[in-house]
Design a protein around this ligand. Structure first.
Ligand SMILES: Nc1nc2c(ncn2[C@@H]2O[C@H](COP(=O)(O)OP(=O)(O)O)[C@@H](O)[C@H]2O)c(=O)[nH]1
Ligand SMILES: [Mg+2]
Length: 260
């Protein structure tokens, strides 16, 4: 299968070799850190918020153990070569709304802040039991489709918690994480469309039109619940392309937000 057929033609095109791309990623991460920007991370439990932070620190982050959930909210001052970025990490569990609210108020105090809403096309890993998420078929482990559907719905319901209250944010990125699990040649466009302005997710974000961007991403690469294999269409080159693309967009949004 060619890159064109797998949907990677456009993202991988250009003359940049892999070393140049890694250097470019380093530069972009550095710039991202150079702004004293406040970024609020939203998203339900297990979508990969903490892993996203780790991916900014380490590039390819070591997977966080499934059972390791974030308790409370935390302000992460990530420093990269002396530069600072303040990230507000939130707990995603259903019962922890009050704690998330504290993080929201902290973001509002900053006046200029942006939101990264992390979603994962239903591949939430952590709070649900393994048996409710995956099953063992004749061809090996697979994810349960109803599990994905419930979680995609949860991602939409979760928007109501902040989509009105935090409308003052300068920008909003929907980071469609875990592309290593969901990216397939014939479905990736549907996944990205699901989060764009068509459909229930986009509708819920209607007031954000003009400042909402949807970006594919992968913070790490690991089998789902350590059992269901990755899609097979998403390797290091693809992850790098997504990371570069996401950092470019985030830098641009932070710059634009600061200018307003
Ligand atoms: N395959 C894969 N797993 C991921 C990715 N990002 C996070 N995970 C895993 O998903 C689980 C939940 O991630 P975590 O960052 O703790 O989620 P949080 O609750 O949103 O903070 C962990 O086991 C991570 O290693 C990704 O891009 N790909
Ligand atoms: Mg977390």
């Amino acid at each position: 299968m060619t890159d064109e057929q797998s949907g990677w033609g456009k993202l991988l095109e250009g003359t940049l070799d892999i070393v140049t791309k890694y250097k470019l990623l380093d530069k972009l991460v550095e710039r991202f850190f150079s702004e004293k920007a406040v970024v609020l991370l939203c998203g339900t439990s297990g979508v990969g918020k903490s892993q996203f932070i780790a991916s900014l620190q380490d590039g390819v982050a070591t997977p966080i153990p499934t059972t390791n959930r974030t308790r409370g909210w935390r302000k992460v001052k990530v420093t990269k070569e002396g530069r600072k970025l303040e990230l507000l990490d939130t707990p995603g569990q259903v019962g922890e709304g009050a704690l998330r609210r504290k993080a929201h108020l902290e973001a509002l105090k900053a006046k200029r802040f942006g939101i990264i809403n992390v979603v994962a096309n239903g591949y939430h890993e952590g709070t649900a039991s393994e048996t409710s998420a995956i099953w063992l078929g004749e061809d090996g482990y697979d994810v349960r489709q109803e599990f994905l559907a419930i979680n995609r719905q949860l991602e939409i319901e979760n928007l109501a918690e902040w989509s009105v209250e935090l409308l003052d944010a300068k920008w909003l990125v929907t980071l469609v994480n875990k592309a290593d699990l969901w990216w397939k040649p014939h479905t990736y466009e549907n996944v990205l469309r699901h989060y764009s302005n068509e459909g229930a997710y986009g509708e819920a974000l209607n007031p954000w039109q003009g400042k909402h961007v949807v970006l594919p991403y992968a913070s790490t690469s690991k089998p789902f619940y350590d059992r269901v294999p990755m899609s097979g269409f998403f390797g290091d080159a693809q992850r790098l392309a997504c990371q570069v693309g996401a950092l470019e967009s985030l830098n641009e949004l932070i710059d634009r937000g600061a200018a307003k």
